[in-house]
Design a protein around this ligand. Structure first.
Ligand code: TYD
Ligand code: MG
Length: 458
């Protein structure tokens, strides 16, 4: 008989050890190893080819069919899914507690139900009364959504593995589900992995669209296993500051469409409302006569989004001045500060620097560099930027301004919102965006030009 093998699995990153330790060597988390010995499968002894069937290979050429999609009628949701949900696919939706995952899913299910689809919501977290209460608050009590409270995957399989299963099933959340054949507690890596595996297999077999809710750890990863992200077809993150009313649904992975798409919602007293024109919303409270503010013409996926970048530079009483960033990478800020200092002679070393992307959006594009630099310079010199100006461009370490993609799209969005001036990288010969004629275009090739521009306000 095989000797029982000890197995300890880190609940943060999924690394496994044969011995318990206080700290996971792989991710550095403390006290995250849990005994999952019973879950360890016997290693296969080596398989012979007897009994196996030969696989038929096909060529890459041939008819391609676009996967059939079920549009949910919640356009912002459809957008992040690449135009609708694909039958048999599984979608993982991660996000902080209280951000609105259950709300968006209930609203989406109700929209699907109104479109004539059979839908089910299985909750392992809330009682039926709570689900009804939420539906009542959202004005969706009459929607034909089947609700159930269950956590045992075997029960769920028995219910859904039938000839006419619901078209769409929500599992809220995967961390509460358990497979009774395993000894480990619900929420452990082994349980989450096996529950997800079983449910995904069921979804594939029956053509069900599976929407899984996943909790997020302090570090912002979907709790426990990264493995979950590999198993599903689509990973969406629901982000936003809880204190802000904006919520952004972002595609992190999608086997059926582009990634980095965003859907923008606003949390109101009656649920999440779609925001069709996020730029207008992000710029709603903007005043353009203040210093330290620059409007960045950004791109999220295929969608242009205008946001205001705000900076504050103030003399620091501290030996090591503060650098605080909301909505952008702090390492990128350090780089811009270093370039301003070294290449343009702007000294900010004795100052605290605060940077904020207004509205709660998180920007990852390097194209925001120039707008950040402009906000910083404007804050430092206390000169506001010219009115109705958008800015975009990547800053290199030598202070040079590099071109960015989709200038045309960015400018079009800016024109739509009434901007008529743009500070952009130098466009290559013959590649001047055609909307440029509507703009007073200030093309610059070095950060120093930005400084001299702010010295002589327009
Ligand atoms: P919820 O969907 O339960 O979040 P999650 O499932 O991600 O944990 O929503 C949580 C918050 O949303 C809750 O704090 C209350 C707020 N909320 C509203 O502001 N308006 C509403 O109509 C609803 C349903 C919730
Ligand atoms: Mg919830």
């Amino acid at each position: 008989m095989a000797k029982p093998v000890q197995l300890y699995v880190c609940q943060q990153c999924g690394a496994s050890y044969s011995r318990w330790a206080g700290r996971c060597d792989a991710c550095g988390a403390w006290n995250s190893l849990v005994d999952e010995s019973a879950a360890k499968a016997e290693p296969p002894k080596g398989i012979s080819k007897r009994g196996g069937r030969a696989i038929a290979f096909a060529s890459l050429e041939g008819a391609i069919e676009d996967p059939p999609r079920r549009a949910t009628q919640v356009e912002e949701f459809d957008r992040v899914c690449g135009g609708g949900l694909v039958p048999g696919s599984s979608v993982l939706i991660g996000g902080d507690p209280g951000i609105g995952k259950s709300t968006i899913l209930l609203q989406t299910l109700a929209a699907l139900a109104n479109g004539g689809h059979a839908v089910a919501y299985i909750s392992g977290e809330e009682a039926e009364a709570q689900l009804r209460m939420r539906a009542g608050r959202l004005g969706l009590a009459a929607a034909r959504v089947d609700i159930a409270c269950a956590t045992n995957v075997r029960d769920i399989l028995a219910t859904l593995d039938v000839n006419n299963p619901p078209a769409v099933v929500v599992i809220d959340s995967i961390q509460t589900m358990y497979v009774d054949a395993l000894d480990s507690a619900p929420g452990t890596v082994a349980q989450v992995r096996s529950s997800a595996q079983e449910l995904i297999r069921l979804a594939k077999r029956r053509g069900i669209i599976l929407l899984l809710v996943g909790h997020v750890t302090k570090e912002g990863m979907i709790a426990g296993p990264r493995v979950l992200e590999h198993m599903v077809d689509t990973v969406l993150y629901f982000e936003g500051e809880r204190s802000h009313q904006f919520r952004i649904l972002r595609t992190v992975k999608n086997r059926f469409g582009p990634t980095d798409e965003i859907g923008v919602f606003e949390m109101t007293g009656a649920g999440l409302q779609q925001v069709a024109n996020p730029s207008a919303l992000f710029l709603a409270d903007r005043r353009d006569d203040v210093s330290g503010a620059a409007v960045f013409a950004g791109l999220e996926g295929t969608r242009p989004v205008l946001v205001e970048i705000q900076a504050l530079v103030s003399p620091s009483p501290l030996g090591t001045p503060r650098r605080a960033v909301v909505g952008w990478e702090s390492s990128r800020l350090a780089m811009i500060l270093a370039v301003l200092e070294t290449r343009c002679g702007l000294t900010l070393a004795g100052n605290d620097v605060y940077l904020n992307v207004a509205g709660g959006l998180r920007i990852a594009e390097p194209a925001a560099d120039l707008a950040v630099a402009a906000a910083l310079v404007s804050a430092h010199t206390d000169r506001s930027l010219p009115r109705e100006t958008v800015i975009f461009g990547e800053v290199g370490l030598a202070g040079e301004i590099r071109g960015v993609g989709q200038a045309e799209l960015r400018l079009k969005e800016a024109a739509k919102l009434g901007f008529n001036r743009a500070v952009t990288p130098q466009s290559r010969a013959g590649a001047r965006p055609s909307v440029a004629s509507e703009f007073e275009l200030i093309e610059i090739n070095h950060l120093a030009r930005l400084l001299s521009m702010l010295d002589q306000p327009v």
